[in-house]
Design a protein around this ligand. Structure first.
Ligand code: FE
Length: 217
């Protein structure tokens, strides 16, 4: 390795903004291209950039985002790193929780798990909608696996259920930046629209057997 390459390897930022898994306009009309452009390339990128600044020259630079989240949770001196790392992870997870022409019926094996835990897919959707609509302020509404049981939980600000030893399966971002340009204060319309037309049950099903997406391990 040349001296120049060595210098680049040492100073390179360990985290990069993952690309959206679909074109900017493919979640319209509920989520506009303008919202996705700002949400992904300004908000999400801002969290990734801040993590890179905060880990520079520290042992955290060798960790994954998930490892950083678990290592910094609840530690006041690392609060900014926790918040930005969790927001970077949460947003990458959120993009995959949605898909163009989503909604519909979950895959059969996953549907059986949903039926066991909630009684029906409609009951799960109702639980997610209630959590997402009722969460005060900024945060996230999650479907998680708690051992063999599926549960719906809400987290505030950057918080992430990984720190409670829960396995995230699906998330809805209910920060205002996720919907305000498109539906203003009507969070309920955004949430119901996701559950009807954009929710990615395949992603949730895949997460029951481990994290499938690069950068989320
Ligand atoms: Fe967001």
């Amino acid at each position: 390795m040349t001296a120049q390459a060595q210098k680049m390897a040492v100073t390179a930022s360990p985290f990069t903004l993952p690309p959206l898994p679909y074109p900017d306009n493919s979640l319209e009309p509920l989520i506009s291209a303008r919202t996705l452009q700002l949400h992904h390339r300004v908000h999400h990128k801002g969290y990734v950039d801040k993590v890179n600044q905060l880990v520079a020259g520290t042992a955290f630079a060798q960790m994954t985002l998930r490892q950083i989240i678990l290592a910094t949770s609840g530690k006041v001196q690392h609060a900014p790193l926790f918040q930005n790392a969790a927001q970077a992870w949460n947003h990458a997870f959120y993009w995959h929780s949605l898909k163009p022409k989503g909604g519909g019926a979950p895959p059969p094996l996953f549907k059986a798990q949903v039926d066991d835990s909630f009684g029906s897919v409609d009951a799960l959707k109702e639980a997610l909608a209630t959590e997402a609509k009722g969460l005060f302020g900024s945060g996230w509404a999650w479907l998680v696996a708690d051992g063999a049981r599926l549960r719906v939980v809400g987290t505030h600000n950057a918080d992430n259920p990984l720190v409670d030893k829960l396995t995230p399966l699906l998330v809805i971002d209910v920060w205002e930046h996720a919907y305000y340009l498109d539906v203003q204060n009507r969070r309920a319309d955004y949430v119901q629209g996701i559950l009807s037309n954009l929710v990615n049950w395949d992603f949730a099903a895949a997460n029951t057997s481990g994290p499938p997406v690069n950068g989320l391990a």
